[in-house]
Design a protein around this ligand. Sequence first.
Ligand code: TRP
Ligand code: ZN
Length: 874
Amino acid sequence: MRTDTPQPVRLVDYRPPAFLIDEVRLDFDLIPTATRVKARLSVRRDGAAGEPLVLNGERLKLISVAVDGRVLATSDYEVDAEFLRIPNVPDAFVLETEVEINPQANTALEGLYMSGGRFCTQCEAEGFRKITYWPDRPDVLSRFTVRLEADKAFHRLLSNGNLMEAGEMPGGRHYAVWNDPFPKPCYLFALVAGELDVLEDSLVTMSGRTVDLRIYVDPGMAPRAAYAMDSLKRSMKWDEQAFGREYDLDLFMIVAVRDFNFGAMENKGLNIFNASLLLADEATATDLDYERIEGVVAHEYFHNWTGDRITCRDWFQLCLKEGLTVFRDQSFSGDMRGHAVQRIKDVKALRARQFPEDQGPMAHPVRPNSFLKIDNFYTATIYEKGSEVIRMLKTLIGAEDFRRGMDLYFERWDGHATTVEAFIECFAEVTGRDLSNFFAWYEQAGTPRVTIASRYDADKRTLELDLSQSTPPTPGQPSKRPLPIPVALGLLDSDGRTMAFDYEGAATDQAVIVLDEARKRVVLSGVDSDPVLSALRGFSAPVVMTTDAPPKDRYVALAADPDLFNRWEAGQDLARDLILARAAGKPDEIAEERYAEAVGRALSDQASDEAFKALILALPSESDLALAMRPADPQAIHAARDALRLRMALHLDDMLKRLHIGLQESGEFSADAAAAGRRALRNAALELMAINPRGDVVERAAGHYQASGNMTDAMGGMQALMLAGGEPFAEALSDFYARWKAEPLVIDKWFALQARDQGEGALGRVMGLTTHPAFDAKNPNRLRALVATFGAGNPAAFHDPSGAGYRFLADQILMVDGFNPMIAARLVDPLAGWRRYLPELGALMRAELVRIAGHEGLSKNVYELVTRALAESA
Ligand code: TRP
Ligand code: ZN
């Protein structure tokens, strides 16, 4: 147990920095176990006279401090485990410090650490304080000059900005000096030193400047950076076209590292990536990997403007850069791969990660008010819901005004650290609108429930819509106010044809109704027949919507809604209702047949593409279904979902076989969206067949695996074999391992696949894998592949009635917390929603949370999450 009670940081306590640092010179003498860091800071007082200088610093061995060249005696300053305090400093002075750090011993992967024998850094959010004494907050912007010195075995010496100088030193050492002309907060600082190969390219920007592009990777891996390079170039061009944003330095570098806490990091001019989000070729990466690489390369690149040039005043403003940058990367991916399919995937991710968060103990506004560890707030709410809020803003004010507001934002705030208010103010100004009610989307947690009741009047040819909203309470926010919710809608006739109607005096076939009160009545006129309502098109707001429409309307939508999101959604709604009815012991077999038949028709639709069909074929996930069932019974959901899958497999047998044969590719591999869509549908067909593992299906799956010419199909084959289980699966597993044991990113897939195994005895096998020689909890990718995938992606096994799944996860959390608190905290989530489950399961989950909370020496990170999970609910 923690003996102290950590105090939260609160938004209302924000004060501007007392001192600014205009320039800094850092000198690194890089030695793995004893690196020396000398810092020379030009400090300027910006707050009240007489205030002491207070700098953050953790795990630093202080060697010396000097003010204006005078070395301080230990009585001139105070230093403890978190701060260096110097009273009596002038209003402007030069501060020089020297510290020693041990990158080799840094297992938290925050600050300066070693990965694969190379030095690298991760400073966001508060890691820079583990490198040197500094005001570690995003509103202190400084120009950095950095000198790196190391043994020549550390061949590449990289930091932000432009290379000014490099050369040899006596004793087999060498050095490089980098200067970044753009003032930046310390969280964007980066350095890398070590043996790396490089893939080089260049790009001419919109104003005609040539930018050198370099991607640094493990020796021998440069060819696998080609797709990331291509994605980078497309991102750079896209930001010029879509937002008028040009890259600003002459050099842009990306480095891939194997040990990395999250996905990637937008350090100015020197992005650092988890290798899993950078390296790809057809043999080792799946189509999903390609898709994510494209999206994350774009995301980090887009941060150059939304994050680096304009940064956050404080960490409560995190969505200012993250929500906005996710919105930008999603828009880019939509342009690259098709908007309908992209939108469905984005909404699936939002529902899988953000909706449960919003209904659990961690529910927080897009802009939170307090935290213990900011690391815990890199959440789906900040990122994904933050993006939804921007998307709604664009829907509400229109694309043109949205662009004008963005232009104003870039012009006004370039070079500054700012707030969400200042961002929204730009849109209020260009539109002349009062956006104060819109701002509530940033301040209010929880997912609004929207209901729509409709009544058709044949005599008046009107459709009366009765819309209402309410948001359930969340921790700390017991009562909620109405939000402005844009509801995009259209009407279909009973044959699925688009119907025109009159709204606000104009004829249209689609309208956006803004539901900005608790309840609103809207009348659509000129409606020729009793229509099928297609509401919340494109998922126009992050809400849970229910309507009073009968199931037959959903069949019309599934067959014909021109809004592809709603077409997909109609199928998901039908499937969800069928599975939940079955899980509640009331299966409707006739309706299940009808559903299978409708899916069959959707699959035969010549007009829609394969990627879309693959999405239609997939049933809602077990965790998605658990959100809709109170209390959730994971075993009943699992059984009911499998039963519907089996019915579909039987009903669609011929069609699935035809798809599996017909979509087989010959000829050259292409990673493009169309080819990926064909593979997705073919693998989905195989997977569905495998729910009914007769001999010929097992043979088909084994053949699929053996004939696979790329990792997508290899994994598809393995997945199907896993469903069938038994000897053929065991053989494929060992074949796969033998073939790929030298490729860490592929072995991660091998672990992750088994973590999702729902077969008999899976929990024991997953636990057994933690003693496999290739398992390494210190590598976040490997740990996530097995442990996080099990917790989040295998509900039936995780929620084993014995509680053994919970105990296993809790043991892993405590073990990992001993060396990497940020990663340990990320594993808590599957236990946090304990109140939503059957009471006997909830009690077992809660008991594990209590056990974790009582652990001696628990990190602040994990402490914050378990105490929130255990707190009385709102
Ligand atoms: N800012 C990064 C992004 O979204 C993510 C990030 C924040 C991060 N903190 C981190 C990555 C710590 C790795 C480690 O692009
Ligand atoms: Zn980001």
